[in-house]
Design a protein around this ligand. Structure first.
Ligand code: ZN
Length: 358
């Protein structure tokens, strides 16, 4: 469904796909890619250009590449087991960020990637089978935690941090460390993943998660040593905004995917200045995905500050409804957080690629 909604004080058009958990709309991913494009050093820039433009492509940069793993979500599995890239005639707007990949060759690459990463895990968030590659975009660490640890609930071998770690290994020419169940067939696939997933890693609701009881009170899956599916707010996808748009359900996750419209879909001077002042990461690049997940988890604490939840009445697709201590203050804080996170994502994508190709 395409819905016109008022969110964050601006009129924006939001594609509401109840199963999509894309982190940042394509604009946000392009912004992250565009910032990184400008911060690449010559060696990394040459590698990126060569890998992304292997045959007949021209001018694919990180900005254009970044939406790719969301474009893959148009690959469907038919009952006969065959995979196919399907353009939804009712939602041609989904194709806008995917035009750089609309050649037969690139469509075939997406189908091949989705098929190889479809059954490597079971993912049925809404009762329907989704390809495993859909899980590569997020990790759901409980908000009660203050750092990322693979022993915590909400992590798994095919989560966002694991996928980034695997993609880094492929770009470094190392084997993907077991038991990660990925099929990343070449450096181009790895780079297409990284260009997107480093953006996802900086969307607070793709890292920090709330688990809620039937009354909307926070529960702790780590104390229980398991995630009760009834408490899983699916990264905010199961939490409806109770204020912004009566009768037009937009969920908390999608509110955080939207970026301030004045940013467009490229790097602004404001964001470039912010990106250049992001502190350098410490240690070896292999440790950065977990460190950055910790950083974003702490940002998620702020993203959930002053929110409370109650069950939807009557029961709806979204199990909970969110209310704000002060909505205006919240929107202002969210706007500032988003700008900072986009700048960090772009800076760190470049930092990582500059470290892989010094
Ligand atoms: Zn994503």
């Amino acid at each position: 469904m395409l819905k016109t909604v008022v969110a964050f004080g601006w009129l924006v058009v939001v594609a509401l796909n109840p199963t999509a958990a894309s982190a940042w709309g394509y604009q946000g991913h392009r912004v992250v890619g565009a910032i990184a494009d400008q911060l690449l050093k010559p060696a990394a820039k040459a590698q990126v250009q060569q890998i992304l433009n292997e045959v007949d492509e021209r001018g694919i940069d990180l900005r254009k590449a970044a939406p790719w793993p969301d474009c893959v979500k148009s690959v469907v599995r038919h009952d006969d087991g065959r995979f196919h890239y399907e353009v939804d005639p009712d939602h041609l707007e989904f194709e806008v960020p995917c035009t750089p990949f609309n050649s037969a060759r690139e469509r075939a690459r997406m189908v091949d990637y989705a098929a190889r990463n479809w059954s490597t895990c079971s993912y049925t968030p809404d009762g329907f089978e989704r390809g495993c590659h859909n899980t590569f975009h997020f990790v759901d660490i409980a908000l009660q935690r203050s750092y990322f640890d693979r022993n915590f609930q909400g992590t798994n071998p095919h989560d966002l941090v694991a996928t980034i770690t695997a993609a880094i290994a492929v770009l470094q020419g190392r084997p993907i460390p077991p038991p990660f169940p990925f099929s990343i067939k070449d450096k181009k696939e790895a780079l297409l993943l990284l260009a997107h997933l480093i953006g996802d890693l900086h969307q607070p609701l793709h890292v920090g998660a709330v688990y809620l009881d039937a009354n909307g009170k926070l529960v702790d899956p780590d104390t229980a040593h398991k995630v009760d599916p009834d408490t899983d707010a699916i990264g905010g996808n199961a939490i409806q905004d109770g204020v912004a748009i009566p009768f037009q359900a937009i969920n908390l996750h999608h509110e955080w995917d939207d970026i301030p419209p004045d940013l467009g879909d490229a790097a602004t001077g404001e964001l470039m200045d912010a990106a250049k002042s992001v502190r350098a990461s410490e240690g070896a690049p292999e440790g950065w995905p977990a460190a950055w997940a910790t950083d974003t988890l702490l940002v998620a604490h702020d993203a959930f500050k002053s929110l409370s939840f109650k069950p939807t009445q009557p029961p709806a697709q979204a199990k909970w409804i969110v209310t704000y201590d002060n909505h205006t203050d919240y929107l202002q804080a969210a706007d500032a957080i988003k700008r900072k996170q986009l700048a960090k994502g772009g800076a760190r994508l470049a930092e990582l690629l500059n470290a892989i190709w010094p």
